[in-house]
Write a protein that binds this ligand. Structure first.
Ligand code: MTE
Ligand code: MO
Length: 383
């Protein structure tokens, strides 16, 4: 593979793999602003970053189970109503490193920053699909169990040199409320190459793997996409399954991510002096389920205090009437008085009353995806 044309990157990113480029910001960068800066946003790639020079000639095909396949250009996408959607993107492997402390897992090691909150600007996929005669979801529409596959320009070894691809159900793709976008902007600027220039899919509330970058084609299929990242990766298995007895076809591809919260103002193991400290972090849940509450404990989980939560603090390129929080994260903060040597932990509760699990052993799975457990920050404070 050719890595000679990679874009420049911020020197503060912690690099987990160079080729393909996988990197995340220091955790302090996540809580320093509600909207994550593009240059500090985590980057997750499976191959070299494609080069798209001629934006006038850039186009993608929509074909498969439709009457009239169509080729669309950037101007066709830009002609559709533009939406700004504030949504987190989170890799299913976020926090994998913590899970691997319990048992050996495979995959790129991520700390807690394979997540970011951005404002994505673009056309709704539901509007794009209407251009090829697929009606928007209404109470009477039938999706027939079909799926919408997104195929990229990039090449990756998991697909034997073929493009990265993924799919979502047609029922989600045609639902305007699901806010699935073909995005050409991130935080008010044209997408940069790392994040999918010129056009990428954003599927809010779903693991990052389904938000295909560098879109090359869309196919309407009778079944889910058969690509590696849908069938041989990003699935959840119980702890009893290991690499020697795995049967991939028994599980569905992972879509929504679970409820999650992380303390970002401290490192996992850190010594601090007794006294007042402010603890801050992020919390988010999948599927558009908001965060109901974030609790913080300074006695290792015996007693809990509710943290304060905040969202959207002044986003310049997004007007109030169009902004919605349902796909975004909340930042939480609490000032506590640390009396003595202790352990600080946080747990979030979402709007469907889902709570983070108590410990990592219970949810261990061999790929360490969906590593979202409750005792997330073991902060040992030594006096
Ligand atoms: N799309 C393409 N074409 N190639 C990829 O490697 N990685 C996926 C997804 N879309 C990927 C892709 C994964 S696993 C994640 S978590 C997100 O993109 C990361 O998006 P980001 O790099 O913009 O943060
Ligand atoms: Mo990912």
């Amino acid at each position: 593979s050719d890595y000679s044309q990679e874009p420049p990157r911020h020197p503060c990113l912690q690099i987990n793999s160079k080729e393909p480029f996988n990197a995340e910001p220091p955790r302090s960068a996540l809580v320093s602003s509600y909207v994550t800066r593009v240059d500090l946003f985590y980057k997750r790639n499976h191959g070299p970053i494609p080069v798209v020079d001629d934006i006038e000639r850039y186009c993608f095909d929509i074909s498969g189970l439709i009457q009239t396949p169509k080729k669309l250009y950037m101007r066709d996408v830009r002609m559709l109503p533009k939406y700004n959607v504030t949504a987190i993107l989170q890799c299913a492997g976020n926090r994998r490193t913590a899970m691997s402390k319990t048992r050996k897992v495979r995959g790129v090691g991520w700390d807690v920053s394979a997540i970011g909150n951005a404002v994505w600007g673009g056309a709704k996929l539901a509007d794009v699909l209407e251009l090829v005669g697929i009606p928007k979801l209404t109470s009477r529409t039938q999706s027939g169990g079909k799926h919408v596959e997104f195929v990229s320009i990039d090449k990756c070894k998991e697909e034997n040199g073929g493009p990265y691809k993924a799919s979502i159900p047609l029922i989600q793709a045609t639902n305007p409320e699901a806010d699935v976008l073909l995005a050409y902007e991130m935080n008010g600027e044209p997408l940069n190459r790392d994040h999918g220039y010129p056009l990428r899919v954003i599927v809010p509330g779903v693991i990052g793997a389904r938000s295909v970058k560098w879109l090359d084609s869309i196919n309407i299929l009778a079944e889910e996409c058969q690509g590696f990242f849908m069938q041989k990766d990003y699935k959840m298995f119980p702890p009893s399954v290991d690499w020697d007895n795995i049967n991939w076809s028994t599980r569905r591809p992972q879509m929504d991510f679970p409820v999650q919260s992380v303390i970002c103002s401290l490192e996992d193991v850190q010594s601090i002096k007794p006294g007042k400290i402010t603890i801050s972090g992020y919390a988010a849940s999948g599927g558009g389920r908001g965060i109901e509450r974030v609790d913080v404990s300074i006695d290792g989980g015996k007693t809990w205090l509710e943290a304060s939560r905040s969202q959207k603090t002044g986003i310049p390129y997004i007007s109030d009437h169009e902004s919605s929080d349902k796909w975004a994260w909340v930042l939480f903060e609490i000032t506590v008085d640390i009396p003595h040597s202790t352990e600080i932990v946080a747990k979030a509760v979402d709007s469907a009353a889902n709570v983070q699990p108590e410990n990592v052993q219970d949810i261990w799975n061999l790929r360490a995806d969906a590593n979202f457990f409750m005792l997330q920050n073991h902060q040992f404070i030594f006096m």
